[in-house]
Ligand binder design. Structure first.
Ligand code: IVH
Length: 665
């Protein structure tokens, strides 16, 4: 008996932990499938042994995503979830159960199960009045302001038969392309990466700054309608109408009359989903008739008229050889698993992300373990579990390194952050080298020197930071192993040229946290002289368009540090630009005020970056993808055909370089 009790309690502990990883850290360490399996095991044990009931068991709680800073509002109709299955047999059982209890003819509707974050949209008199997250199913966060920024959520419905009050349920997603772009930016800023588009979508929806939300290109898909007076008694018909009203209803929705058709649908999308722009993790099968839905009713958690069939994620088993630690330019230390190479969805996987200490602990990882790696939706494969039974002689337990792997300094972990940092930013070689590498990148100072040479110059004691580049002497360089006079001359020339790099790029080169290219440009224009920026207060900074509290704090913290101020002074003494050029100042105009541009293709007269800068300088906006809000596409050679087609469809004007330049004259 005691053994059962222990088993139940262990499952609860683990599920609580996984809930936390999933909802709070947004960094799940096991697959959904594994989670569902554990939950099913717990539920079945609890049913069998009711004497061990616990009101706080994870089985009675649906993960909550409530955020203190949003207003909570109750759902008029609770947001239920769906019964999940991975087995086709259970789909058949579901179908037969429905058939038996209805005892009449029925249709089912098959839809894709979109893997994002769920949302409830309320339309009153055809106007979007509120958007609420799922929360705990009974009440959620009011995220209306953020949802209003999502391009394919209509603010006003158009057309006929629109009821005075409806709630539309759907999913908010971040398409793959935007997800990759977002993570690339985050990698460049050394911010932690989002594990998958779902976490990125839910994280984005909870941002305080809805402008930032808007920049991330979320999308919505709606799949359900509620209300007192719906237009028809068919789910399929209602969704078809919803599509006409302007809501984004997936075109993959299909009404089926037989179980065979249902399976055809499952098999078709199991393959085809790979070609979709967003993540899906299964198929939802719903009874079409609302009358029949009501007759079937709900359990406390699930409707009896629907089931979700989940696709199997692609997974492989391999051996954990070792764990290494990487130190980035901000000092963040990330664990990386080195694996016995294994083939997974067409690529060989040798390394996997381990995220942080909590993730490692949750896995109870030992060297030599047989581990499961998955690539379901992730860019970097991740370890989702350990085959503990295969562990005969466990290797040493993987513990988070207490000291910096490079400089030995004890690592620090902030209270409510999962990340470990090496605090020795002034003396830790990979941090210093990383900052220099950032300083010389093309979009920053554009100095032609690679990481190996930076490392060499650092190790030889010729540079201790980026400012030292400007004191390098020809004799020292030419003497270096395998360098010679040509390399030395080239580097010095490149360094010399960097002195004319404009102020905004110098600002970006400093590597201030959260100050990417665009932010640097904004700051340079708002504070055309570095001294003004160095003394700016947080209030002055946040007054600038697109500069939020997080950036403002980071900028003031950077300039509050005397080491950084001294660094700027040395760069200034070397002759770098710390004032917005006369041209940039004089060249500023409002000619493109209110216009949004998408740049696509390659150009002959200026680089893409130069065009981006020009657009900003003249008051316009840059955007990454074509939408109804796009005014112009600035098209070069080889513009993508998808973009061109979309532009045609939306009636967006496509202009070439010459036309663009003439707009500025
Ligand atoms: S119907 C009462 N349809 O899956 C029925 N849900 O596990 C409400 N989801 O909370 C759900 N695609 O966030 C439905 N085509 C679809 C869906 C879908 C994704 C999500 C939704 C729901 C969860 C249930």
């Amino acid at each position: 008996m005691d053994q059962i009790r222990e088993q139940i309690e262990a499952l609860r502990r683990q599920l609580h932990e996984h809930n936390y990883n999933y909802y709070v850290l947004s960094q799940p360490v096991i697959s959904d499938q594994e989670f569902d399996r554990m939950m099913a095991e717990l539920i079945s044990l609890e049913k069998q042994y009711p004497e061990y009931a616990d009101p706080n068991s994870p089985s009675v709680r649906v993960g909550s995503d409530i955020n203190k800073s949003f207003t909570q509002v109750p759902h008029r109709y609770p947001m239920l979830s769906l019964q999940n299955t991975y087995s086709e047999g259970e789909v058949t059982e579901f179908y037969n159960r429905v058939k038996k209890s209805l005892n009449e003819d029925f249709d089912v509707v098959c839809e894709l199960k979109y893997d994002g974050t769920s949302i409830s949209l309320i339309y009153e008199e055809g106007r979007l009045t509120r958007a609420v997250t799922r929360g705990d199913g009974q009440k959620g966060d009011d995220v209306t302001a953020n949802v209003r920024t999502i391009r394919n959520v209509p603010l006003i419905l158009r057309g006929e038969q629109i009821p005075p009050y409806i709630e539309v349920r759907g999913e908010i997603l971040l398409p793959w392309s935007s997800f990759d772009e977002l993570n690339r930016e985050r990698a460049a800023q050394e911010e932690p990466l989002f594990a998958n588009p779902r976490n990125a979508a839910s994280g984005t929806l909870k941002l305080q700054d809805s402008r930032l939300v808007a920049s991330r290109r979320l999308e919505s898909y709606v799949y359900y309608m509620l209300g007192e007076s719906l237009p028809t008694e068919s789910h399929f018909e209602n969704m078809t109408l919803a599509r006409r009203w302007g809501l984004n209803v997936s075109s993959a929705m299909k009404r089926c009359h037989t179980l065979e058709e249902v399976f055809d649908y499952l098999h078709y999308w199991e393959r085809e989903r790979r070609n979709l722009p967003v993540t899906t993790d299964g198929v939802v099968i719903k009874v079409d008739s609302l009358v029949q839905q009501r007759n079937l009713g709900n359990t406390s958690k699930f409707p009896r008229w629907a089931i979700a069939f989940k696709f199997n994620p692609e997974r492989a088993v391999t051996t954990l050889k070792s764990v290494s630690w990487q130190v980035g330019r901000t000092g963040a230390v990330t664990p990386v698993a080195n694996l016995e190479p294994v083939l997974l969805s067409g690529t060989t996987v040798k390394r996997a992300s381990l995220y942080n200490e909590d993730a490692i602990e949750a896995l109870d990882l030992h060297i030599g373990d047989k581990v499961y790696v998955e690539k379901g939706g992730e860019i970097i494969p991740k370890i989702t579990g350990v085959d503990k039974e295969a562990r005969s002689l466990p290797g040493s337990r993987v513990l988070f390194t207490p000291n910096c792997p490079d400089c030995g300094t004890p690592l620090v972990r902030n209270e409510d952050e999962a990340v470990h940092y090496c605090p020795n930013s002034e003396g830790c070689p990979p941090q210093i080298k990383g900052r220099i590498e950032h300083f010389v990148t093309r979009k920053a100072m554009d100095i032609t020197i690679g990481p190996e040479s930076i490392s060499l110059l650092y190790d030889k004691g010729l540079i201790r930071d980026a400012a030292d580049l400007y004191t390098l002497r020809f004799e020292d360089l030419a003497r270096l192993e395998r360098w010679g006079e040509t390399s030395a001359r080239n580097l010095l020339q490149s360094i010399e040229r960097s002195k004319s790099v404009p102020y905004e790029r110098v600002l970006y080169a400093l590597g201030i946290r959260y100050v990417g290219e665009t932010v640097a440009r904004r700051l340079a224009h708002a504070f055309p002289q570095i001294d003004r920026l160095m003394d700016a207060t947080e209030e002055e900074l946040t007054a600038v368009e697109e500069i939020g509290g997080r950036i403002a704090q980071s900028v003031t913290a950077y300039f509050a540090n005397p080491v950084n101020r001294a660094f700027v002074e040395r760069l200034r003494a070397a002759g770098l630009q710390f004032t917005l050029s006369e041209e940039a100042l004089a060249g500023r105009s409002e000619k493109l005020q209110g216009l949004t541009f998408v740049i696509s293709g390659t150009f002959a007269l200026h680089s893409r970056d130069e065009y981006k800068a020009m657009i900003l300088q003249h008051g316009g906006k840059n955007s990454g993808s074509v939408s109804k809000k796009t005014d112009y596409i600035l098209a070069g050679e080889n513009m993508g055909p998808a973009k061109l087609e979309k532009a045609k469809k939306l009636g967006v004007k496509v202009i070439d370089e010459q036309t663009f330049l003439s707009m500025l004259r």
